[in-house]
Design a protein around this ligand. Structure first.
Ligand code: ZN
Length: 321
């Protein structure tokens, strides 16, 4: 079991200053799904379904161990993030993170290593919120120079860089990462930063002392660089509406998702709503009936409305009944 804390408001404010760049957040389920994963859901008001906003009270509950939250990197109003987190959970993950940490130090950049369930997260903090696209160019090029594997671009195992996007559309969430210093619901453990005592106050004091990366430095480090080709986002395939036989063309989910496999009765695909919340990494939460693809279901519990909204194809309300 994990230690419970009772942090004060000032501690929550310190956490927010370091980590929170937008008020949308996700919350980890209290119990595991049958497949053993403990998913995160975007925090919403249970009645209105509007996103709930992160405040000091929520942060205190996270630090105390009452709930566990995850944070979205990019604020779509500025396309900036307060931090870069490098997630590694493969064989040799810690060696790779140590290597990155050392190389960053050569640039004069402090990076803090946090334990995780199967490896670690390496955090870099901005002196001010930094452009997500520039952060990504910096870390991708650094990793490739060191020969550290980067997930995607043909590699199944490797580091993942948060922010995971260069930019977000308005109201888009992007990918969330487990907020540090809380309790992982899968193991009921806290995973601390290596370099400080295991309490929220000591950990935050340590993070405060780190040298923060300025925008001017980041510009210098990335001058003339771009995101390596293999990792550039794939342009979305344009949607071709069906023939104008009916006034309201039928929505066909298979036009929007890429299926990962098929079993007897279903196609399986990444659930768009889960993906937006940074979940469904294995890409098989969404089952689509082969016989009649109008029937589909997210096994993590997203509603049809949420799936359609995530695809930018909200369910049309009937004007007249
Ligand atoms: Zn889902």
């Amino acid at each position: 079991m994990y230690a419970k804390f009772c942090v004060n408001r000032e501690t929550a404010v310190n956490f927010t200053r370091l980590f929170v760049n937008r008020r949308a957040y996700a919350i980890q389920a209290e119990r595991a799904l049958p497949n053993g994963s403990v998913p995160y859901y975007p925090a919403r008001d249970w009645k209105t379904r509007e996103p709930k906003l992160l405040d000091d009270g929520v942060v205190r509950m996270h630090l105390n161990g009452d709930i566990t939250i995850s944070l979205y990197a990019i604020n779509p109003e500025t396309q900036r993030s307060k931090w870069v987190a490098i997630d590694a959970d493969f064989d040799g993950a810690l060696e790779a993170l140590f290597q990155l940490q050392w190389e960053l130090k050569q640039d004069g950049v402090d990076a803090a290593l946090e334990q995780s369930r199967r490896g670690g997260h390496l955090w870099i903090f901005g002196a001010e919120p930094l452009l997500a696209s520039e952060c990504r160019i910096y870390v991708y090029n650094l990793a490739l120079r060191l020969g550290v594997p980067v997930k995607g671009g043909g590699l199944k195992e490797g580091i993942e860089v948060f922010p995971r996007q260069d930019r977000l559309e308005d109201r888009e969430l992007g990918n969330a990462i487990r907020a540090p210093l809380g309790v992982h619901r899968k193991t009921n453990r806290r995973y601390w930063f290596y370099e400080a005592e295991p309490s929220p106050e000591a950990q935050l004091a340590y993070l405060d002392r780190l040298t923060k990366l300025t925008e001017a430095e980041l510009r210098t480090f990335t001058e003339g660089m771009s995101l390596p080709e293999a990792y550039r986002p794939v342009a979305p395939v344009p949607y071709n509406p069906p023939a104008l036989s009916s006034r309201f063309p039928e929505f066909r989910i298979l036009d929007y998702v890429r299926t990962t496999r098929k079993d007897g009765r279903n196609w399986w695909a990444r659930c768009p709503s889960c993906a937006q919340a940074g979940r469904d990494r294995t890409g098989d939460n969404l089952a689509i009936q082969v016989k009649d693809p109008r029937f589909y279901k997210c096994w993590a519990g997203c509603s049809k409305e949420e799936i359609r909204a995530a695809l930018g194809q909200p369910i049309r309300k009937r004007a007249m009944v």
